[in-house]
Design a protein around this ligand. Structure first.
Ligand SMILES: [Ca+2]
Ligand SMILES: [Ca+2]
Length: 402
């Protein structure tokens, strides 16, 4: 049961300080397979988009309008981070993802993505990624300094959708090694860029952390943005994470009923818009993945769609039964979707699961939790709890077992 902000504010004014952070309202939600989680409301936001934890247990939350919040260790707003790039909030555009450098304690670096307009034509836009140094003040907020743009979508296009622009840095056991910046780049709702190697739209790109291009990228040497491309044939990927074994997983918003979870393998083509298990919103059919073995088959896909946004592969102890499982936020499905990976199948099929057996499913939805809210972002805290940001005027929730 969802309570109004006013009654919660009154409650927190009346009640003495207690162990619960923020508003502290809790509810228990039963999943589709009967297990339960407890939701604790920590904070509210206006258009929250992404969240990441700092090594000391505090956290950062972006809002699409261009605000960046520092949260204290209880998940409450401690102050705003200033010095952000100018972003244009239009359609799906605005401030996007934020992640911290694996070496943050030493270098204080963060990476953030956002949408910028073309200087000469405000109808055209594209995602950009910056690296910056984060300074935190004792007063509670902080500031970004030394900002530097290290990547841009190319070309900038009309429209305000499908930017993607989720970020992740590879661990040492990842394919191609650690310390590389992976960016999901949406196809800007233009379909064909996903297969066009002269554009970095509809791709997963791989960079060094300073924005330079690794010379072991699969298409390196062909020039232009082609050198950045790690995989192609994506639509609007809004979730990326590495599993503990170093495998990279990316989910994407498919066309009508074609949402996908993909195991990302160097240089592979994931098929959009040539094949998809969904169809265009116009009603035009797209051949299914099974009709064409040239393209990677999704590891899992959804019909009806879940509208995936935000993704974490859980490796904590608090939810002991779910270590290694993926948690996907759902917008239209208003659900948190838990996915299990079939380790034996993944090991057996090697690098190209789909081509070995088009019917092979190496990831499967196990359960989902629903409480009537669109979910934008999922994170794992240093305490092993799962943190969820609701979309729009929404809440930050902490999920614990039981
Ligand atoms: Ca995040
Ligand atoms: Ca696909």
């Amino acid at each position: 049961m969802r309570h109004s902000i006013i009654s919660l504010a009154l409650l927190s004014a009346i009640l003495p300080a207690c162990a619960l952070a923020g508003t502290g309202d809790t509810e228990t939600v039963t999943g589709t397979k009967g297990t339960t989680v407890t939701l604790t409301e920590l904070e509210t936001f206006d258009g929250a988009w992404a969240m990441t934890f700092l090594p000391d247990g505090r956290a950062l939350v972006t809002e699409q309008s261009g605000r960046l919040w520092l949260l204290d260790r209880n998940g409450a707003k401690a102050g705003e981070i200033k010095g952000l790039p100018k972003v244009t909030e239009r359609g799906q555009g605005g401030l996007g993802d934020i992640i911290v450098d694996p070496d943050f304690t030493r270098n204080r670096r963060v990476y953030l993505s956002y949408v910028e307009r073309d200087k000469d034509d405000s109808k055209r836009s594209g995602a950009a990624v910056e690296v910056a140094t984060l300074s935190l003040s004792n007063a509670g907020g902080g500031r970004l300094t030394g900002r530097e743009v290290i990547w841009r979508q190319f070309p900038k296009t009309t429209g305000n959708g499908h930017y993607g622009h989720r970020l992740a840095i590879s661990p040492d056991n990842a394919e191609g090694g650690g310390g590389k910046l992976f960016i999901t780049s949406g196809e800007r709702q233009k379909f064909t860029p996903s297969q066009n190697m002269d554009m970095n739209l509809g791709k997963v790109v791989r960079l060094n952390k300073d924005g330079s291009i690794p010379d072991d990228n699969p298409f390196h040497g062909q020039g232009g943005v082609t050198d950045e491309i790690w995989t192609l044939g994506h639509r609007n990927p809004l979730g990326i994470d590495f599993a503990a074994d170093g495998t990279l997983w990316v989910h994407e918003m498919g066309p009508r009923h074609g949402d996908e979870l993909n195991r990302i393998v160097r240089s592979e083509n994931y098929g959009y818009p040539v094949v998809s298990n969904g169809d265009h919103y116009s009603g035009v059919e797209i051949p299914d993945h099974s009709t064409n073995p040239v393209y990677e088959n999704p590891a899992a896909w959804w019909d009806p769609a879940i509208s995936p946004a935000g993704f974490v592969i859980y490796d904590g102890d608090l939810f002991s039964d779910w270590s290694g499982d993926g948690f996907i936020g759902g917008l239209s499905s208003q659900a948190l979707v838990r996915v299990v990976f079939d380790k034996d199948k993944i090991d057996n099929v090697g690098g190209s699961p789909s081509k070995t057996d088009m019917r092979e499913t190496i990831a499967t939805e196990a359960e989902r939790y629903e409480w009537g809210a669109r979910i934008r972002e999922v994170e794992q805290g240093p305490d092993g709890a799962i943190y969820v940001l609701e979309d729009g005027e929404g809440r930050l929730l902490k999920l614990t077992p039981g």
